[in-house]
Design a protein around this ligand. Structure first.
Ligand code: GTP
Length: 209
């Protein structure tokens, strides 16, 4: 009897170790090594699920592409490790200000995809302002004082003209491009021409139309 119990316990522990190993592997496959944020695969999956839910239930969903400004210059001035630290600072800032249902995933390089379920696009300026402020306040390891790096954002909400996730991301991408060409350190979340007024110190520009 005792032998049977030992055998059963050993089998249970072996099975549990297998489950933990698989969980760890699946977590590795969905996390960005450098920042600990969801990687492109994970954020794409989440965006697809949220997109399907928004369409089914008619609830709002807003997406935004974020790109750190002049990142090549950051690397040139601070070294690659400094650039990495700035990426981690953005991840930390997002953890501090986003809701639990929001997801900021590393889209590639210095570009990120932000998924904001049940959020309308006219609420995006407030999210942008919070994240921008928090990022500016978040220290980047190895850089003394404020890192002084900004980011640009292009956002859009699910609507009739965005029947697929790819179409929605394409609109975000076009708006991100406008934010960059309009002077960076700004959000574009409308369809109008870029506002080319330079942001004043401490105040980012929000372009709606
Ligand atoms: N430190 C670091 N740098 C990276 C990483 N991934 C990409 N980069 C660098 O990011 C830089 C991106 O530069 P660009 O695409 O020219 O854009 P940018 O300098 O940010 O300019 P704008 O986007 O126009 O504001 C390149 O120098 C890449 O080498 C990374 O994981 N760590």
């Amino acid at each position: 009897m005792a032998a049977l119990v030992v055998l059963l316990l050993a089998a249970a522990s072996w099975a549990w170790a297998g489950i933990s190993r698989r969980r760890a592997l699946s977590d590795l496959a969905l996390r960005d090594d450098l920042t600990g944020q969801p990687n492109r695969r994970a954020v794409t999956r989440y965006a697809m699920a949220q997109f399907a839910q928004a369409q089914k239930q008619g609830t709002p969903l807003t997406l935004a592409l974020i790109d750190i400004d002049h990142f090549k210059r950051v690397n040139d001035l601070r070294g690659h490790a400094g650039g990495d630290a700035v990426l981690r600072a953005l991840a930390a800032a997002s953890q501090a200000v986003l809701r639990t249902e929001d997801m900021l995933g590393r889209w590639g390089g210095e570009e990120w995809l932000l998924v904001l379920p049940r959020l309308q696009v006219d609420e995006l300026p407030a999210v942008f302002a919070r994240l921008r402020k928090q990022f500016a306040l978040t220290p980047a390891e190895g850089i003394e004082g404020p890192h002084g790096v900004s980011f640009s954002m292009g956002g859009a909400e699910v609507g009739r003209d965005t029947p697929t996730l790819d179409a929605l991301i394409a609109v975000c991408d076009a708006r991100l491009y406008r934010a960059k060409t309009g002077g960076r350190d700004r959000l574009c979340h409308g369809d109008g021409a870029a506002d080319d007024s330079a942001p004043t110190a401490g105040t980012a520009t929000v372009v709606t139309d």
